[in-house]
Design a protein around this ligand. Structure first.
Ligand code: GRG
Length: 295
């Protein structure tokens, strides 16, 4: 096992415990909604976004509890986006993380509410003093997370993506769409450590540049996996974009061109970390991991 694989596995365990605790059913007014939220969030996923929070926080000696709770909040938003994306009104998927999607396991109304519940819980977690003792830092995190998840971030990107089903986007438009849809949450993940650790502006800006490049590489890899991956490894349907006739990095650049671009972005992302010491080594390895991953 590589150092990165070990670190990812150990972070995933810690994130799982943090999520388990914030998704506690103590005093739940209704069990089904909590069960749906726990069903979709626990026991699956690479936990890449919380890992980015943990590793960016490491650079500034942030206490682990702050990084874990912020990472858990980010993962809750990611999970909500997957639940809503899988709904019949959007991507209409039956399989996610190797198991039936929430609307299949429960029903559509429960899936909508579970997504809403995860989204709002994320802000409850981040604004709780247990996440950081300084109210100004909590407020800055709430603002950044809202921007990343909302219409100027992931939701806006998802809307452009839905519209792309009826018009063909060019490379610049696809890049902008993905910067919002996938890149915004990845960007928050990398900047959160800097915010929690009151990092200097230049360090935070370097992490943002790393995140932007990483997000793009991640999305190109996702497009390649949609073409080259299989249902067993991916735990979700593949060939979705080609079947929908959607323009992607692969349809515009070709398989080889997309892989070449992804590899160049790995080098670029690592370059953005040049000012950091060996504590950024796992972030450097993460850039390679996102393009070599099999799911
Ligand atoms: C519904 C508001 C709203 C947004 C949906 C995230 C998203 C936007 C759609 C998911 C569709 C998709 C395949 C996006 C591409 C990138 C992506 C987010 C892949 C899934 O993330 P991973 O690979 O998944 O980190 P795991 O399961 O490992 O967490």
């Amino acid at each position: 096992m590589t150092d990165l694989a070990k670190a990812l596995a150990s972070a995933a365990d810690e994130v799982e415990s943090a999520l388990d605790s914030v998704l506690s059913m103590d005093g739940a007014p209704d069990r089904q909604i909590y069960e749906a939220m726990r069903y979709t969030t626990l026991g699956g996923g690479k936990r890449l976004r919380p890992f980015l929070v943990i590793e960016s926080a490491r650079l500034f000696d942030v206490p682990k509890i702050s990084a874990l709770r912020t990472g858990a909040a980010l993962e809750l938003i990611h999970c909500y986006s997957l639940v809503h994306d899988d709904l019949p009104a959007m991507d209409d998927d039956d399989l996610r993380r190797g198991k039936p999607t929430v609307h299949k396991q429960f029903d559509e109304a429960t899936a909508i509410l579970a997504g809403d519940g995860l989204l709002t819980l994320a802000f409850e977690v981040v604004s709780d003093p247990a996440t950081h003792p300084d109210a100004d830092i909590r407020a800055a995190l709430v603002l950044a997370l809202a921007r990343a998840a909302g219409v100027r971030g992931m939701v806006g990107g998802q809307m452009i993506d839905l519209e792309a089903e009826t018009k063909t986007l060019n490379l610049a438009e696809i890049t902008q769409l993905q910067k919002l849809k996938t890149g915004a949450l990845i960007g928050f993940g990398c900047e959160a450590g800097a915010m929690l650790g009151r990092a200097p502006d230049d360090a935070r800006a370097a992490l943002r540049r790393y995140a932007d490049t990483l997000g793009l590489a991640f999305q190109i890899a996702d497009d390649l996996l949609d073409v080259e991956g299989n249902v067993e490894e991916m735990g979700k349907a593949v060939q979705k974009d080609a079947d929908a006739g959607k323009a992607t990095f692969v349809s515009l650049l070709g398989i080889d061109g997309a892989r070449t671009k992804a590899n160049a972005l790995v080098d670029e992302a690592v370059g953005h970390l040049s000012a950091f010491d060996e504590r950024a080594d796992l972030l450097r390895q993460t850039a390679r991991f996102v393009v070599d991953r099999r799911n």
